[in-house]
Ligand binder design. Structure first.
Ligand SMILES: [Fe+2]
Ligand SMILES: [Fe+2]
Length: 476
């Protein structure tokens, strides 16, 4: 452990034994820091923040908490421990030993998978860079920065793989990861949801609930990969990702709790009258971020997904535990598919299981989201309110996949374009809704122990510290 912390780049991959690689990454490091300074959180860079840092991959010892200025954060390269004699668990190569190097025939595909994953990490930091100025509490501010620095570390994890295994192309891709910019029309980030601005805290909580959770499922699928260094990198990333989804689920949960309280207090049941977010508006934000996140899984029917699976590159989430047929050659996945030329009509198809792998991954995700929604609904129930949150149909508001060309209501009914346009602002946040939500956050709440009016305090603080702990120190 001491050896790790003395190095310029903390790592558990014996970086010092590969001088060429070490030098290459040490050359990338200042570019990363420059990117962090210009595209990372605006303001607060010179503040001491109570953050956890990964200092080793041991289950007990990896999370170390202390005050640190964000630019001094020890972004490191950590792979989870190697599983001895690990075998590929799925696809045509099932049972063969995993690869410690990139097989030539999969080089381009693996690089693409790693770059696509890697691109989302800095993208989300860019999307969230202004949020510090409107934070609802010091506790939340600290959580935002924790998520941001860890997304930075995830970028390091992918850049390590690119530098270590993909030669010159890998190094060029690593540069590209610092050059694209979220929402920039000339050099956008690769995936749609990562170009949407996250400029209010309700969106941030929805993003960490729904979009980071897509990340969890992508990482779970890559954690099965036959390319062992990728599997080990993503397994370690999953331990950090869990905190991001905690921030999202409990963040939305605290808004729900407060909104429920204010709904009851107002004689007409309108939380807005008392400076809160009304429940229907929360549902609209849920609809938006959930549907954007569903798109990230790719098309329902995908030959790419089939070949990733066949080749042992990307599996299903928890392949071992959840499935018995690890080759998936025989099965079919029944799906309702819009008719060619008439998206208003759906017909039943039996899709070969391997071609449905994106949908299989999405199934696990939908169940996981539902679990969170059920929890929020318990809060409403306990408050004696009849309102319930609902996950919209997978067809609703899609920009990717077989439903992208049609229009569908939140319960999945096909609509004409005119019907959709007439109802859209009932289902998705309107300009007025967004303006209202932002108006609640016009002034940051940064005083120790204070909480904005529109959300409930968390039940407990970070790392057994009290909720009113000084998570972000005043400027020295
Ligand atoms: Fe991440
Ligand atoms: Fe994340």
């Amino acid at each position: 452990m001491t050896a790790i912390s003395n190095e310029k780049i903390p790592n558990n991959v014996n970086l010092s034994e590969d001088k060429k690689l070490q030098r290459a990454l040490e050359q990338w490091q200042p570019n990363f820091l420059e990117w962090w300074q210009s595209m990372g959180p605006e303001g607060f860079q010179q503040r001491d923040i109570y953050l956890r840092t990964a200092i080793s991959s041991n289950v007990e010892g990896w999370a170390h908490y202390d005050y640190v200025k964000m630019p001094d954060y020890r972004w490191g390269i950590f792979l989870s421990d190697q599983v001895p004699d690990r075998k590929i668990g799925f696809g045509d190569v099932m049972g063969e030993p995993v690869w410690q190097d990139v097989p030539g025939e999969h080089r381009n595909t693996l690089r693409r998978l790693i770059v696509t994953q890697g691109d989302t990490e800095p993208a989300s930091v860019e999307q969230q860079r202004l949020l510090g100025h409107s934070c609802p509490s010091m506790y939340d501010l600290r959580n935002l920065f924790q998520v941001n620095v860890e997304e930075g570390r995830h970028l390091w994890a992918m850049v390590y793989l690119l530098h270590r295994f993909f030669g010159r192309d890998g190094r060029e891709e690593a540069e590209g990861l610092l050059e694209r910019r979220s929402g920039n029309p000339d050099k956008p980030r690769i995936l749609g949801a990562f170009n949407e601005p996250i400029d209010d805290w309700l969106s941030f909580f929805m993003f960490t609930m729904f979009t980071d959770r897509d990340g969890k499922y992508q990482l779970l699928a890559l954690a099965e990969s036959g390319f062992d260094p990728l599997a080990r990198s993503t397994r370690f990333m999953l331990t950090e990702e869990a905190h991001h989804m905690f921030v999202g689920e409990t963040g939305v949960g605290r808004v729900v709790a407060r909104s429920a309280e204010l709904t009851k207090q107002d004689p007409n049941g309108d939380a807005r009258k008392l400076g809160g977010v009304d429940l229907p508006t929360l549902q609209k934000y849920l609809n938006l971020w959930y549907s954007l996140s569903l798109d990230l899984f790719g098309s329902e029917i995908s030959t790419n997904a089939a070949s990733f699976f066949a080749a042992g590159l990307k599996g299903r989430a928890n392949e071992d535990k959840h499935y018995t047929d690890h080759k998936a050659i025989e099965g079919v996945y029944p799906m309702e598919v819009p008719k060619t030329g008439n998206a208003m009509q759906l017909e039943k198809h039996e899709v070969a299981m391997r071609n449905a792998m994106n949908e299989v991954l999405r199934d696990g995700y939908v169940d996981d989201c539902q679990r969170g929604v059920d929890r929020w609904n318990k809060t409403l129930e306990a408050a004696g309110l009849s309102f319930r949150f609902v996950l919209p149909s997978r067809r609703f508001h899609r920009a990717q996949g077989i439903f992208a060309t049609g229009f569908f209501s939140p319960d999945g009914a096909p609509l004409s374009k005119e019907q959709w346009e007439a109802k859209q602002s009932d289902w998705l946040p309107s300009a007025a809704d967004k303006t209202y939500v932002k108006s609640l956050q016009a002034k940051a709440v940064v005083e120790q122990g204070k909480m904005a009016n529109w959300l409930a305090p968390p039940p407990k603080g970070v790392n057994a510290k009290p909720v009113d702990f000084e998570y972000v120190r005043a400027e020295a």
